[in-house]
Ligand binder design. Structure first.
Ligand SMILES: Cc1ncc(COP(=O)(O)O)c(C=O)c1O
Length: 410
């Protein structure tokens, strides 16, 4: 273990929830950041301040509060643009979640570029949010979905992936970092798509706060993530899309804010990004996400990655030594997420036992039922780390896991 790679744990003081006692006795150990991250004081305080001192609707009025709110909302867009290194602010669409972003792309991309019989490529390890929007296209319009196989390490089988392309393949949508294995998508998947001139959407829900994201360097066409998994508020998501595609695709929802001109006979639509932001947007949440981005930048993304990689390695090795634990996926190419099962104990029982010890982990199918079927399990237990987690917490978790095994094997 390289101790120099770990973040200064004063960071924990930034997160008020970490001083909570679970069941009034145990210190909280929060290993469920992949489901949703905890929020630093700066995000909590800044969102309060927005409501207390600046709040009004955006892009509508000319009075002081409306201008202040609009400034904050658009400033958040600039921060997101820089954070993922998009070329233009027009390429940043605020949604309510990553899920909404994927639905938006599936619907509008189909409308512009696809027809019955056209094909979409996904993988076996996609989250339901990156399955169901495409299933809708299959059910409603006769689109064909193909699934790339994965290997035993939780990585896409790239030979199989490449073999799935035909003249009818119109779009590919893959997880950038698996929410079950923590494995990162290899850039070669994107290269294959680029070589074949097929647009690729990356589901960045699990990568946005745990990897350095540069959409230009990645050469992806679309990228989505959720604010609540990146130390920001719930209710805000980001959809990035290259301007050439987004400007050609039709609007998703209709309403205020997305129009050019309206008469009783019809309407013209606003330019990007407003075209995709119908209705009053989650403006305070967008501001909160901007504050969360500042917070991560102040710590340093490289430092965050080093910390989480080292912690993940440490936890993986500790778990892997235990003969009563079955690991899912391999040791390498893994970031911040580990899935496992205790032999003969259901993951819900493991999670409930650990909860009494103050340890929050996720148990279940992780919204990846087809993947669970592929693994031959109905659920897994999942550890997922954030900037606030420590080696000491991992040690306490391993101790508690021993107790859990004893308890259920009595
Ligand atoms: C890989 C992945 N994709 C999509 C989602 C959906 O995110 P949200 O519910 O924030 O839209 C999640 C959330 O767990 C996820 O882990």
């Amino acid at each position: 273990m390289d101790k120099s790679k770990f973040l200064n744990q004063n960071i924990r003081n930034d997160f008020p929830i970490l001083s909570k006692k679970i069941l009034e006795k145990n210190n909280l150990i929060y290993f469920d950041t992949a489901a949703s991250s905890q929020k630093p004081n700066t995000v909590i305080n800044e969102t309060n301040d927005f409501y207390q001192n600046h709040y009004s609707n955006v892009s509508r009025g000319v009075h002081t509060l409306s201008v202040e709110s609009t400034f904050r909302y658009e400033d958040a867009r600039k921060k997101v643009q820089k954070f993922i290194n998009a070329k233009s602010e027009n390429e940043i669409i605020f949604t309510k979640s990553a899920t909404e972003g994927i639905n938006l792309i599936a619907q509008t991309f189909y409308e512009k570029y696809m027809q019955k019989g056209d094909e979409v490529i996904l993988s076996l390890m996609e989250h339901h949010s990156n399955l169901i929007p495409w299933f809708f296209l299959r059910d409603k319009y006769g689109v064909v979905i193909k699934f790339a196989k994965i290997n035993q390490y939780g990585e896409i089988d790239y030979n199989h992936f490449e073999s799935l392309f035909t003249d009818k393949t119109k779009i590919v949508s893959l997880t950038h970092l698996s929410n079950v294995f923590g494995t990162e998508l290899d850039k070669k998947a994107i290269k294959i798509c680029n070589d074949k001139k097929v647009p690729i959407l990356l589901d960045g829900c699990q990568s946005a706060a745990h990897l350095k994201i540069d959409v230009q360097q990645l050469e992806c066409d679309f990228f989505v993530f959720s604010g609540h998994k990146t130390y920001g508020p719930a209710g805000i998501g980001v959809l990035y899309g290259v301007e050439e595609l987004l400007s050609e695709m039709p609007p998703y929802q209709g309403g205020g804010g997305m129009i050019g001109e309206v008469s009783l006979e019809g309407a013209s639509y606003a330019d990007l990004p407003a075209k995709y932001e119908a209705g009053t947007p989650p403006l305070v949440e967008a501001h909160g996400l901007g504050v969360a981005i500042d917070y991560m930048n102040n710590i340093g993304i490289e430092k965050i990655i080093a910390h989480e990689t080292e912690l993940t390695k440490y936890a993986f090795n500790k778990l892997n030594e235990l003969d009563f634990v079955e690991m899912h996926g391999g040791e390498n190419n893994r970031n911040s997420i580990i899935s496992f099962n205790l032999k003969n104990v259901h993951s819900h029982e493991v999670s409930s036992f650990l909860d009494v010890e103050g340890i929050a982990i996720r148990a279940g199918h992780h919204c990846c039922q087809p993947l669970m079927k592929h693994l031959g399990v109905n659920s897994t237990a999942r550890l997922s780390f954030g900037i606030y987690n420590t080696v000491d917490e991992v040690d306490k978790f391993i101790e508690a896991l021993h107790k859990c095994k004893e308890f259920f094997n009595k």
